[in-house]
Design a protein around this ligand. Structure first.
Ligand code: ADP
Ligand code: MG
Length: 231
């Protein structure tokens, strides 16, 4: 696994402002943020080998500096259960991406652990021109996108502030469990908020960070998609 500094160096050398999902997740993992296990495959055969190592069911996704929204171009395939499905998903993903943008540079396809469905949250960071690194928290889907039910704190955040961020969103009762649903692991979210705070404070070159979605379980959490934009 590359070091955080190496990843930033490489992006700068290649004049890229947006890190690949693989790079963003590697950086997150270095800071103790749980991410889905992944391997990068360059051929369908490599993808099958990776699949055997990680175990089914799996997700496969395009890795390309020219594809920012992977799902929209058919660059994400979910719930693959056999080596045959992995092989055909590899080809399908490359076909879809090439149909969409024939000039897209392809770094490979990730084979990754499927994070089971659960309560989705979003953890973000944005570098405010006035206040500097600022953390954001909200519940996934309609809560953030339509209801704008989000909360912010200037980084670095304390454990107390991280806890407040979680309890003060309107959708908080959903995390506490409802209609027989078990409560989500709030401590796992606190840990991610604190780790994200540390990450953006130690790397002022990060302009934006987006962990979206993070699946939160009864025990633990898993970041499904990660984006980091540099200044
Ligand atoms: P995009 O670049 O389009 O945002 P994502 O990586 O977010 O692509 O994938 C799109 C969607 O596919 C996610 O929002 C999530 O619902 C699902 N997904 C992606 N990766 C995984 C995974 N490892 N496990 C489970 N679901 C996933
Ligand atoms: Mg996404």
């Amino acid at each position: 696994m590359s070091s955080v500094a190496d990843i930033f160096e490489k992006a700068k050398a290649e004049n890229r402002k947006s890190l690949l999902e693989t790079e963003a997740k590697t950086i997150c993992a270095r800071y103790g943020i749980p991410v889905t296990e992944f391997m990068v495959a360059k051929t369908a055969e490599e993808a099958v080998k990776s699949a055997e190592k990680i175990g089914y069911p799996l997700v496969m996704k395009i890795v390309s500096p020219d594809v920012i929204h992977k799902f929209d171009v058919g660059g994400v395939m979910i719930n693959l259960r056999t080596s045959k499905e992995v092989k055909s998903a590899f080809k399908k993903i490359l076909d879809n991406v090439k149909n969409h943008n024939p000039n897209a540079r392809i770094a490979g396809v990730t084979v990754q652990e499927l994070a089971p469905e659960s309560t989705e949250v979003i953890v973000g960071a944005i570098k405010d021109p006035q206040f500097g690194q600022t953390l954001m928290f909200g519940l996934g889907g309609i809560f953030v996108e339509i209801l704008k039910d989000v909360t912010f704190r200037i980084a670095p955040v304390t454990e107390q502030e991280a806890k407040e961020m979680i309890t003060e969103v309107k959708a908080y009762p959903l995390l506490q469990g409802y209609r027989g649903q078990p409560p989500a692991d709030a401590n796992a979210i606190v840990h991610i908020l604190l780790s994200t705070s540390k990450l953006v404070m130690e790397h002022p070159e990060i302009k934006e960070l987006d962990l979206n979605p993070v699946m939160v379980y009864q025990k633990g959490a898993k970041t499904v998609d990660a984006r980091i934009i540099l200044e």
